[in-house]
Design a protein around this ligand. Structure first.
Ligand SMILES: *Cc1c(COP(=O)(O)O)cnc(C)c1O
Length: 426
């Protein structure tokens, strides 16, 4: 096939899949030349203020000199070497940092290449733990509706059945249990009834459960919902009561986004297994990790068993070096002050949206601001309107949301907010 005469934009539209799109009727794409600080630069020279952090990830903005330096230094030594039978400082330093930053009980680290794989690994850990500790019947998972855990099959089996399109994959997906979505908001008065559905399911099915898995406090791609910390606290209590492992998927919430380092801190609880990804490398390269307690690790390995997973690019030194630099940047920055400032500005700035007849709800937590509309947005036209306003904001479904890099200044943040207010209220 002769492709030389096509522009590369046309080539893209004809040949390349983008996330959740059609190849026969593709959505428009924008050509980005470079990115720096909180700005994405289009090939035509236009600059857009980034409201998305490239999906929760680019917390320090783009093209950061400290990250670039870490990339150059590690590249001069080695970009990759297999992890089977080999170890290196970038991975061990990162594991040590993660163990220090996460709740105390988490002591063991499994590195993988993406969030979905980190979730697969977490679920496999729970299954192998049960297999090896006389709980052979424990093969199911319990989660809550409205969740998102990734696009691979085991991860999909615990995504919301509706937004996760379970009907498409019915014959392949393992059947798991879904409690009602928590209804009490983060800042609302707690209502004891909210936990009833979960409580009933765990009571009924604990003898079949390998683990409970959920996103702590913030449900991300499943609907951008912030639920009450007491819900999660009671989930932990019930898991303990029925002796079921708790997996927390902190892939979106980890590393400060909700105002605390990990969202489970809002509830003062810690999981048996935790997944991190996305902002782990400051959004520079794909890397994820699954942490577990010693009890889980020892259960899996009892009687000379091994954990059955090992990606080709496991513990990639370049990715680990970038993550180390990103975590140093984060920990040495006033990130809590930044998040508080962003949160207040979002709360005040998005307030006018509430008065619009188009708007169903406005909610803000940490550096996340969500405007839920009454109707689905037209993604292509709304995206174009945002670009015209000089901002990069990508709505989905009924949701227009902001999760800017933590380093954004007030002026740029105001411009993001003004664009959201204008477009959602007109
Ligand atoms: C993005 C996300 C995942 C999947 O991560 P990928 O790197 O896209 O595979 C899993 N869980 C949550 C909560 C996420 O936000």
């Amino acid at each position: 096939m002769n492709t030389s005469k096509q522009s590369w934009q046309q080539f893209d539209a004809d040949h390349i899949w983008h996330p959740y799109t059609s190849l026969t009727n593709p959505l428009p794409t924008y050509s980005i030349e470079s990115a720096s600080g909180v700005r994405l630069k289009l090939t035509n020279g236009t600059e857009l203020i980034d409201g998305m952090s490239s999906w929760w990830a680019a917390i320090h903005g783009y093209n950061h000199p400290a990250i670039n330096q870490a990339i150059a230094e590690q590249t001069a030594k080695m970009t990759h070497v297999m992890f089977g039978g080999i170890s290196h400082k970038p991975a061990t330093a990162l594991a040590q940092k993660l163990i220090e930053l996460t709740p105390t009980q988490l002591e063991n680290v499994f590195f993988s290449d993406s969030g979905s794989v980190a979730v697969e690994v977490a679920m496999k850990m729970a299954l192998q733990y049960c297999q090896n500790t006389n709980k052979k019947e424990h093969n199911k998972f319990l989660t809550i509706r409205g969740g998102y855990h990734g696009d691979t099959f085991l991860a999909m089996s615990v995504c919301d059945p509706v937004t996760g399109m379970h009907s498409l994959f019915n014959k392949v997906l393992q059947k798991n249990y879904f409690a009602d979505k928590p209804t009490r908001r983060f800042n609302e008065q707690w209502n004891a009834q909210d936990i009833n559905s979960f409580k009933q399911l765990i009571r009924q099915h604990h003898n079949e459960l390998a683990a409970v898995i959920l996103e702590p406090i913030v449900q991300g791609a499943g609907g951008m919902w912030f639920y009450h910390p007491e819900y999660l606290r009671q989930v932990r209590e019930l898991c303990d009561k029925y002796n079921v492992l708790l997996i927390l998927d902190e892939i979106a919430t980890g590393f400060g986004r909700t105002g605390v380092m990990f969202a489970c801190e809002h509830s003062g609880i810690s999981p048996d297994i935790m997944c991190v990804g996305k902002a782990l490398t400051g959004g520079n390269i794909s890397l994820a990790a699954t942490l577990s307690t010693k009890q889980v690790a020892e259960g899996i390995c009892n009687n000379n068993h091994v954990f059955m997973h090992g990606p080709t690019f496991m513990g990639n030194p370049l990715a680990c070096a970038i993550a180390n630099a990103s975590l140093d940047l984060l920990c040495n920055s006033p990130w809590q002050q930044n998040i508080t400032r962003i949160e207040k500005t979002l709360q005040i700035g998005l307030e006018p949206c509430r008065k619009s007849p188009n708007v169903a709800d406005v909610r803000v937590l940490g550096a996340i601001g969500v405007v839920e509309l009454k109707k689905q947005v037209n993604q292509a036209t709304t995206q174009a309107e945002f670009v015209k306003q000089g901002v990069w904001i990508r709505p989905f479904g009924k949701l227009v949301y902001l999760m800017p890099p933590f380093i954004i200044d007030d002026k740029d943040l105001q411009q993001l907010i003004s664009a959201v207010v204008e477009i959602t209220t007109k």
